[in-house]
Structures are given as structure tokens and as C-alpha cells.
Design a protein around this ligand. Sequence first.
Ligand SMILES: *Cc1c(COP(=O)(O)O)cnc(C)c1O
Length: 435
Amino acid sequence: MRFYSTNSPQVTVTAEQALFNSMPADRGLYMPTPLPVLGKSFFDTIAGESLADIGFALSKALFGDEISKADLEELTHKAFPFETPVVDLEPGKVSVLELFHGPSLAFKDVGARYMAALMSYYSDRNEQEVNILVATSGDTGGAVAMGFHNVPGVRVSILYPSGRVSDLQEKQLTTLGGNIQAFEVDGSFDDCQAIVKQAFVDAELNASLSLSSANSINIFRLIPQGFYYVSAYGQVCKSNKSIIFSTPSGNFGNLSAGAMVQQMGLPVDHFVAATNLNHIVPTYLKTGAYSPKPSVATLSNAMDVGNPSNFPRLAHLYGDNYDRFVDNVSGYFYDDAETQAGMKRIDDTYGYVACPHTAIGIMGLEAYLADSKKDVYGIALATAHPAKFKPLVEEVLGKSVEVPDRLAVLADRPKQSIRIPAEYDAFKESLLQTY
Ligand SMILES: *Cc1c(COP(=O)(O)O)cnc(C)c1O
């Protein structure tokens, strides 16, 4: 399997290069080539297997002989010691695919852990130390910190905006120690991201450290996210109904992963792109005009993205053809008041406690089922555990939400972070000192 850039399809690189470089020099996005087309029978054969075994089967199809089967089996099982269950809300019609059973309680564990396992595989063989830099507004940092913790040959620096992540999110970033270093930046998420971007173009820094990124433009975060769409298919295919997925979206990595596995032959009838007031893509689907905007802050803050970094990839998967795109994807969006009302109604109607992102996914699914009048199996992706947004969920539902042990244990651990001003030079100096 090779990887080309969406901006220059004639030039390809190896999987290892795409993994460690994250972004092609021409600022396009890497795409796998050839994308294996596996057909329905392949997916029917692996239906019902564990997430790890589905990941193994698809990894074999993608990597061929590049990585031995034994190594692929080991790394997929190391990455996925948890499942992604489909939970029916209205049997055969409305369901959720719970993606929050990993260590950080958000779907980002799936991509981060596979990437970590693959990096550790390559760096074992190359004996070079890799330095991952990542800016986070909350969920990505936790998944990356936990995914890469104690991975030999990899050191991780996480930049987060001081005072702008939830207490539990901050604990996930700052209490692990070892190869994980948190930088608490006196500034916004945009400042953190600007510092990381500058680090990648700093020739002096890159000469002394091997830098790599773990954000969602990395194709190896997206590829494993396809595995749980397959897992969901396996759990509901006995119903013989067509399947549609509703994906709560921000940077559109999750939906791109679904579109990619659809092109590999997974039988998916349709996707719903569900967003908050950052509705650039639903607006594009309605009008054909793609107009990125500065992001607006909402309650579903992991989806506060005004210029989705994976949009070009999603468009590319549909041949940069608006009609094909609209044939496969419908958009819906909700403001904060609608999100809160939705969370309450979902609890009242189905007895299901959803985080604000998941609620938006369920509402998008319901709206599409009503508008299309299709008799299909609808699956909304549950992207985070409600306990990650405990104060909000408790206020909206008027009842307490239990925090799973793996999150609760962090509460008493001491925070360790390096506090820096929102200036590149301060970060660089501090980074070089810690190595
Ligand atoms: C990151 C995130 C999203 C958005 O996913 P994208 O792949 O960026 O579209 C949705 N919900 C939660 C809880 C997230 O952490």
C-alpha cells in the first residue's frame, strides 16, 4: 500500500512516511492507494468478530506483505483491548454505536492507539526516537496521552490552553508522567495549534529532534476508525436491513473514515453529517457553497471547527463531485438549546444518557429517518462517554452521572505540567530543555 497526496496524486510515499510525516509537503492529505475493494462477502465473513480481529483482517488487506501477519495481529490486539457495541434505542431503527469504551472515554482512542502501536512497530526496527507534538482542545490530547503512554521510542508533548479544558480532561493530559509531557499554554487552542505548526517548520528544531504529529489529518488515525463501522455492520447485518450512519462531526475525520470503508465495499446506504452551529458542511450539502468560517463556541466543544481539516479528503472520496457527495451524505445541525432539549428528550424517550455530541448524532439520525421515510437500520456514533461532560449532563438531565473508574482514579493524581506563555520561543526553549 502506498499513499498519494490529494494535491498531487502521481507522487506516492510508503506507509511509514505517511505515518511519520502526517502531511505531504504540498499541504494536501494522504490517501491510500490502491484502496482494496473487498466486497460484501468479506465483510459478512468477519461479521461478529471482535474489534481487534476486524482490525487485523482489514490491516492484512491493506498492508499485504509489508508487515508480517504475526506483527499485525499483535499490534491490532494491543491497540484494541475493548469493543464498540451497538446499543438499540428503538430496535432495528434507532441505535448508537458506543465508541467510548477505551481508556480516554472518547472515540479518539481508536485512532490514537492504532497509530501508537504502528509507530512503536516502526521505531522498534529503526531504533530512532520520535517526538510527537499535539495541540488539543480536550479529547485528542487525552486519547494520545493514554495511547502513547509507555510506548518505547516515542515521546509526546501535548499543548493545551490553560483553564479551557475540563478538569477531567486536564487530568488525562497531566497525570501520566513518563514519556508524556504536558505544556499548559497561557492562551487559546488556536495559540497552541499555531505553536505546533511553527515547530514543524523550524529547521533548527527538526535537525535536532525527529518530530511527528498525531492530529486527525494523519491517515493512520482515520484508517482504524473504519474498523468500528465494520464492527457495527457485523452486529446488525442479521437484520438484513440497509444501514445508515449518523456521525457527529467537527474536523470530519470520523465521517471520512466511514466514507473510505464504504468505498472498500462495506454496505452503507447513507451517512448523516451532524454538527452544531459550526455547520459549514451541512450548509455546503444544502447550497453547494463551501465557506469556512471562524469557529463559534458551543456545548459540544469537540465539534467547534470552522474549517474542517478533513473536508478535502471527504470531497475527494466522492470524486470532488457535489452530486455524488449529496447522494451519499445528508447534513443536519443543532444549536445549544436544541442540543440540550435533545439530550433531555433522548433520556425521556429511550432512557439513554448521551453526551452533547452523541445527542446531536442521534437527532441527525432521527431527522434523516423522518425526512427520507426510509426503513433502514440507523446507527448514530456515540463519540464520548457522558461522564466526560458530567456537569452539563447532570444539569440538563437533573440526575447524577456516574464516572467510570478508569476516569475517576485520575481525580486524585497530582497534575504535572510546564506552564508557558503563548509564544513559540518559550515552547522551543522548554522543549529542548526537557530532552
Ligand atoms: C473529536 C470529536 C468529535 C468530532 O470528530 P471529527 O472526526 O473531528 O469530525 C465528535 N465528538 C467528540 C466527543 C469528539 O471528541
